[in-house]
Design a protein around this ligand. Structure first.
Ligand SMILES: [Zn+2]
Length: 84
């Protein structure tokens, strides 16, 4: 790179919970914070619940296990990875 900054990609396997890592962007040792975001899996489960038992269609949107968990650095706010 022209400015001499090179960030090597990290291929960590993230857990569903916050974890201690060295941020590849700001180089600080941090504990990630996790943001749950609905995924395709969330919408599929919600549609199935709507067909089977309509009053519970909202359940996948409040249940963390059916959503994608994105890890972010608490210092530089960079996206670090996701689970699953
Ligand atoms: Zn960082």
């Amino acid at each position: 790179m022209a400015d001499g900054v090179h960030l090597s990609p990290t291929y960590l396997i993230y857990s569903p919970d916050p974890q201690a890592i060295v941020c590849p962007y700001c180089r600080n040792r941090v504990i990630t914070y996790v943001v749950n975001i609905p995924s395709v899996h969330t919408y599929i489960v919600s549609c199935l619940l709507c067909i089977i038992f309509c009053p519970l269609y909202w359940l996948p949107f409040v249940c963390a296990s059916t959503q994608t968990r994105n890890h972010f650095c608490p210092i530089c706010r960079s996206f670090l990875g996701s689970y699953p």
